[in-house]
Ligand binder design. Structure first.
Ligand code: HEM
Length: 266
């Protein structure tokens, strides 16, 4: 299957309709805004002990700090890589829960049965095992980072197939996550696949956060963030949807086409 997310063949059209120029201008605005925020922090006496402080304090082997342009790029990538992916996964998950009220109820039961609630967020999150399984299964069906791309840095061959230097290679995580050779009833939303009892070694067939040296740096943060968000929503609301079928919108990340949800207070 070919996805439209890597729209290089439409580059001429994006040039013509001004889309590239518009987005380059938006990038400039974002860079200027980040420059101001970074300078404000640099000039303040405040220590927030957050990621920005760590980036500001980081030093290379020769003792020099990160150049401002790189600092801006690092903040921007953390923001964009971390924001849209997580919100897409949460949107898909709410749609799936709306379509599977029994599973939504199991999450609610898990939340109601929490026995340690002493304000220790980490302990709280670790108890939400079923909620975590639901997120894992959501990202199997709808991995926000659905394609990984690499450019071959030299001529190579793979299983007799010649790969020229400079070739763009795309690996569809989406397809691996639904491949019938690897998954039983691949289209079914079944969080029990990820239960401690059933979970197999999925390391060769499940990559929502990528793999290897470029694996997502925010994977644990994202899991905690998503578990907490779903917990807060399901605790307070019953989620339903009039949507018949979830439709995907594969761009840079995989999004749902529409997310009509109703929230009814419990
Ligand atoms: C559900 C949430 C997330 C998903 C599905 C996701 C997915 C991924 C994937 C598949 C990659 C590997 C891309 C590749 O190999 O080409 C990646 C890389 C990355 N992610 Fe995430 N991510 C998520 C959340 C986050 C968060 C919260 C942050 C930061 C706070 C983050 C920061 C990054 C960065 C900086 C990289 C590049 C790492 C590198 O190239 O060394 N991601 N992510």
């Amino acid at each position: 299957m070919f996805f439209g997310g890597w729209l290089t063949y439409l580059k001429w059209w994006f040039h013509l309709n001004g889309s590239i120029k518009k987005h380059l201008n938006l990038t400039k605005d974002a860079q200027n805004l980040l420059h101001e925020i970074i300078e404000e922090r640099r000039n303040s006496e405040q220590e927030k002990d957050d990621l920005l402080d760590m980036l500001l304090q980081a030093r290379y082997e020769d003792g020099s700090p990160m150049p401002q342009k790189q600092l801006i790029d690092e903040v921007m990538i953390l923001f964009t890589a971390g924001h849209e992916t997580t919100s897409n996964a949460l949107s898909f998950m709410l749609l799936l829960l709306a379509k599977h009220p029994d599973i939504q109820e199991k999450i609610y039961q898990e939340l109601s049965n929490i026995n340690i609630h002493n304000g220790d967020i980490m302990q709280y999150v670790l108890q939400l095992q079923y909620t975590k399984q639901c997120i894992e299964e959501t990202m199997r069906l709808y991995p926000p980072g659905f394609i990984m791309d690499r450019i071959s840095i030299m001529d190579d061959d793979y299983k007799g197939k010649k790969i020229n230097e400079g070739t763009l290679l795309l690996l569809s995580i989406y397809e691996v996550h639904k491949h019938p050779d690897f998954w039983e009833s691949p289209e079914e939303f079944n969080p029990d696949r990820f239960s401690p009892k059933n979970k197999k070694d999925y390391s060769h067939q499940y990559y929502p956060f990528g793999a290897g040296p470029r694996m997502c740096v925010g994977n644990n943060f994202a899991m905690y963030e998503m578990i907490l968000t779903i917990a807060e929503i399901v605790k307070k609301y019953r989620v339903t949807t009039p949507l018949e079928k979830i439709k995907i919108n594969p761009l840079i990340t995989l999004k749902p086409k529409e997310v009509p949800l109703n929230f009814t207070e419990r």
